[in-house]
Design a protein around this ligand. Structure first.
Ligand SMILES: Cc1ncc(COP(=O)(O)O)c(C=O)c1O
Length: 444
């Protein structure tokens, strides 16, 4: 029986693995014919050809991972959803060949899936990453990354403004592995340097922009600071999306996303991903293959489909959000607007230099108390009153209720005022959204 050679053994472990040598590809094609609809892993030459052909985010978002050398042989334009929990072997010899790295298979659904693999390739192309692993949620992406890249007894640095559940995980779970933490204010580079000088820091984890105040961290600067001390830099780039910010090209070692937000973009699926150098991502992948947290293939398909319009959606959201932020800043019933695209934002200069758009979320404080803010939220008619952000449908919430209702103390510590609103702009028309906001503000 013909056998297949791989540049790395045993499994399709990532974007760069499982590449077939061209000399063996014909024989391999004959062999894989035993598996209905199976095609060979993308040769690395095809991956290179794809990146040469698709020169921009717009083309990458639509075609990367799918147009050339997709694993599944079919003339369908779209990548099929492969609903399987395991992959079969035609003989014991084929299984032995697989174990010894001569035959390609995912073997088991926890170790990989062709639909998910296409998604991972698309994400790598957009983030300019060597490799990406997709997982079941954004939270699990951070958990898998921290579990893998921060050793027991290590030290991490993070920022005050942070998705609350990420902070809760860091505060409650990391100490169980003896991991300690320094929390700095987003702009306090002296505090970061101090933490790096006085601890054996494994990793600096920060969102940029942050949740919910959209603070921006200078990725190039902090990556140099971290690397001088042998620490890794992980950026949670969820609020930017790979369209607005490419953190790896600015010096980050790892990028995580809640794919639930802009990447999937339709408020209909939960997912997360970790992108970076293959050397780091493969460590996370090995952990993930043991622990689980697998993205369902149907969810992979929804995200893959959503990503085809990522650049269009994000460009639309960038432009509507900027107009909305400018409009709100001038409105007499608005006390303060937080949006990195406004000159009044404390890190506008950083956002301008490292982002190509400022994102679709605008946070602001109504000129009023808890009850008037609540009345405003209850009066808007187009945005849904819900958690989450980044999707086609606009979403609005009052963080004092939605995310921090259980803890007045935490609200005070993190500056979550009763009148704070987080407004995620969808792809609706600006004038319709503005008119809706105006009528709701007129009610208070
Ligand atoms: C910045 C950020 N990172 C991570 C997450 C967690 O993602 P998920 O809800 O997909 O688990 C969120 C969720 O809102 C978030 O805002």
């Amino acid at each position: 029986m013909a056998t297949v050679s791989f540049s790395s053994p045993a499994s399709f472990a990532g974007d760069n693995s499982g590449a077939l040598t061209s000399a063996t590809s014909a024989a391999a094609a004959a062999e894989v014919g035993a598996i209905p609809n199976a095609k060979l892993a993308q040769p690395s030459a095809a991956a290179l050809a794809e990146r040469a052909l698709l020169g921009s985010d717009a083309s990458l978002a639509v075609h990367a991972g799918e147009r050339l050398g997709r694993r599944i042989a079919t003339d369908a334009i779209t990548t099929p959803v492969v609903n399987t929990s395991a992959y079969w072997f035609s003989s014991s010899q084929e299984l032995i060949d697989f174990k010894e790295g001569r035959h390609a298979s995912f073997e088991y659904g926890r170790y990989g899936n062709p639909t998910t693999e296409a998604l991972e390739k698309k994400m790598s192309a957009l983030e300019k990453a060597e490799s990406t692993v997709f997982v079941a949620s954004g939270m699990y992406a951070s958990v898998a990354m921290l579990s893998t890249l921060v050793p027991a007894g290590g030290h991490i640095v993070t920022t005050t403004d942070l998705y609350r559940k990420t902070r809760i995980y860091m505060e409650t779970e990391l100490p169980k592995r003896g991991i300690t933490m320094t929390v700095i204010r987003p702009a306090d580079m002296d505090a970061l340097q101090d933490a790096l000088d006085n601890n054996n820091v494994s990793l600096f984890f920060t969102e940029t922009p942050t949740n919910p105040f959209l603070r921006c961290i200078d990725i190039e600067l902090v990556s140099n600071m971290c690397h001088n001390k042998g620490a890794l830099l992980c950026i949670d780039s969820t609020f930017a999306s790979p369209i607005n910010q490419k953190a790896l090209t600015l010096g980050a070692d790892i990028v995580v996303h809640s794919a639930t937000k802009y990447i999937a973009g339709h408020n209909d699926v939960i997912g997360g991903c970790i992108s970076g150098r293959d050397e780091l991502v493969s460590k996370v992948r090995i952990y993930h293959h043991v622990v689980g947290g697998v993205l369902n293939p149907n969810a992979s398909y929804l995200i893959l489909r959503g990503m085809k319009t990522l650049h269009l959606r994000v460009q639309c959201q960038n432009s509507t959000a900027l107009r909305m932020a400018q409009f709100l800043e001038e409105h007499p019933k608005i006390a303060r607007v937080y949006y990195p695209g406004l000159p009044s934002h404390p890190e506008h200069h950083i956002a301008k230099s490292q982002m190509t758009g400022f994102g679709g979320v605008v946070s602001f404080e109504v000129d009023g108390d808890f009850d008037s803010t609540r009345k405003f939220i209850d009066s808007v008619k187009i945005p849904y009153h819900a958690p989450s952000f980044g999707g086609c449908e606009s979403i609005i919430d009052q963080p004092a209720i939605m995310s921090y209702w259980d803890s007045k103390e935490q609200r005070d510590i993190y500056g979550i005022k009763d009148n704070l609103i987080r407004f995620s702009i969808g792809v609706e028309d600006f004038e319709d959204l503005k008119n809706d906001i105006v009528q709701a503000l007129n009610k208070i």
